[in-house]
Design a protein around this ligand. Structure first.
Ligand code: ZN
Length: 283
């Protein structure tokens, strides 16, 4: 499932072929993904210029010259494929249409953008840009982890007195938006905080230390995604998934990498999801 750094990588990959360009034609090949598409979606997209391409949490937001914003969520398996003419004189052949190519945008930049989603947990909607924050998917979201509203005082305040494990508290999208399972595991590992510890019972100093650590974990992953973007133009034109090494995620049974620890990474299930952590140095 794409997490925030993957979504940001997709946004950055789409930027040079979408922002500032018109959608010459939109081909909407089914009535829905996870939810029904908005009415007359193809007509509402065609002929409109993408004035800005932004991200909020794991949603890609394409502001249109019509005053509406196209909201895109990749869901579990959504992929974006760019074909056609690319900035820098790269060219990807138009792949034959595949079964799971659900929405195709022909851009004035010469690029064709294909949204493919085998499992159809993805979503698209159109909403007035002016009241975007009121959209039912965006309204419940807390601050962006890389934004100014997410800071030490804020997190300390939000976690005070909370009786849930810190892992669950950080996955709560109302506390901080877009933080998913992998990067919460990584952040707690670096902070040496046990994922099972009650959020309200962690010392103020340790709670505060989580803020720069969360920012670092995400920033490093976005940088890794950025290097993957340098390759995609020469390869498939597919955006969004890249190789990234984790310090704790997926490392069950392997030695802990904290210097001098000597522990072994364990896996437990919390709220139905795998948590990877070192029981020795994460306390
Ligand atoms: Zn350890």
């Amino acid at each position: 499932m794409p997490e925030l750094p993957e979504v940001e990588t997709v946004r950055r990959g789409l930027l040079p072929v979408m922002e500032g360009f018109a959608i010459d034609a939109a081909d909407v090949r089914r009535p829905d993904l996870r939810w029904p598409f908005p009415e007359r979606m193809a007509e509402r997209l065609a002929g409109k210029t993408v004035t800005a391409l932004r991200r909020r949490s794991k949603y890609i937001l394409a502001d249109l010259s019509s005053g509406e914003t196209l909201i895109v969520h990749l869901g579990m398996s959504g992929r974006m494929l760019i074909s056609g003419r690319m900035p820098g004189d790269f060219f990807h052949d138009h792949a034959p249409t595949e079964k799971h190519d659900h929405v195709v945008l022909e851009m004035g930049s010469g690029a064709r953008i294909t949204f493919n989603d085998a499992r159809r947990f993805g979503a698209m909607d159109l909403w007035p840009t002016e009241t975007l924050e009121e959209h039912w998917l965006l309204k419940p979201l807390g601050p962006e982890p890389l934004g100014n509203a997410f800071h030490e005082d804020y997190l300390a305040e939000r976690l005070r007195g909370r009786n849930t494990p810190i892992k669950s508290a950080l996955l709560d999208q109302n506390v901080v938006a877009g933080l998913g399972n992998i990067y919460v595991c990584e952040a707690l590992f670096r902070a040496q905080v046990s994922p099972r510890r009650k959020a309200g019972r962690i010392s103020d100093k340790r709670v505060r230390s989580l803020v720069p650590i969360i920012r670092d974990v995400l920033t490093e992953a976005i940088a890794a995604g950025g290097s993957s973007l340098r390759d995609y133009r020469q390869t498939s034109g597919e955006l969004g998934y890249f190789q990234h090494t984790f310090r704790v995620y997926g490392r069950e049974g392997l030695p802990c990498t904290t210097p001098g620890c000597g522990g072994t990474i364990a896996r437990i299930t919390q709220s139905g999801r795998s948590t990877f952590f070192c029981p020795k140095c994460q306390t």
